[in-house]
Design a protein around this ligand. Structure first.
Ligand code: HEM
Length: 180
């Protein structure tokens, strides 16, 4: 292989890695906030899964935080649930990221709203009480709620969530420039 080939392959490998690192590094760029492309920006092809048009009507089944734990991906015969601001989503279709030992398993079987708002994967941040978030991080959290609403079936709501505020789903719905 010539040194030019090595250079080419190096670029092919490094550029996406650099892009992802920049996109997700808190200090370098805002946290991963889906659905927030400014109006004057051309839509960019997203690395995220596309919204779905085959979602079931949202269900209203009650879950306690304790009951949610059953759906953390540790039992492959059960669905995997992620709750955001008390809305419970069935993310079983993405067991490759939410399943046991996978990158976002930290959010499975619980309501990890605070961690989502902070763009943190730390265990201690994956808790339901997000009242400590600043406005920017609340916006990130609402954007995640919108992101999940467009991609996952809603199976219920958390009845003992510490925050009694209804999710602001407008953020994502009102953004016509969204390419996610
Ligand atoms: C360098 C750090 C990171 C990289 C390279 C990265 C990369 C990615 C990629 C490639 C996806 C798409 C996955 C797929 O559709 O299969 C994704 C989705 C996602 N990321 Fe990250 N990420 C990073 C950090 C974070 C952090 C800190 C959070 C914490 C909130 C986070 C939360 C998520 C969530 C919730 C999804 C959506 C998965 C889904 O349901 O489709 N990521 N990330």
């Amino acid at each position: 292989m010539s040194s030019f080939d090595l250079f080419k392959y190096g670029l092919v490998l490094l550029l996406p890695a650099a892009y992802l690192a920049r996109r997700y590094t808190r200090s370098a760029a805002p946290p991963p906030a889906p659905d927030t492309a400014p109006a004057d920006e051309k839509p960019v092809k997203s690395i995220m899964q596309a919204p779905r048009d085959d979602l079931a009507p949202p269900k209203d089944d009650p879950f306690t935080l304790e009951q949610l734990k059953e759906f953390d991906g540790s039992d492959a015969s059960k669905p995997i649930y992620v709750s955001i601001k008390g809305t419970v989503f069935d993310v079983s279709a993405k067991a490759d990221v939410y399943g046991q030992g996978k990158s976002y398993n930290i959010f499975a079987g619980k309501d990890g709203s605070m961690g989502l708002g902070m763009s943190s994967l730390k265990d201690e941040h994956a808790v339901p009480d997000y009242r400590g978030l600043n406005d920017a991080d609340r916006k990130v959290l609402d954007d995640w709620h919108g992101f999940f609403t467009k991609r996952y079936n809603i199976v219920g709501k958390v009845i003992d969530h510490p925050v009694k505020e209804s999710p602001n789903v407008e953020t994502a719905e009102e953004n016509p420039t969204s390419n996610l």
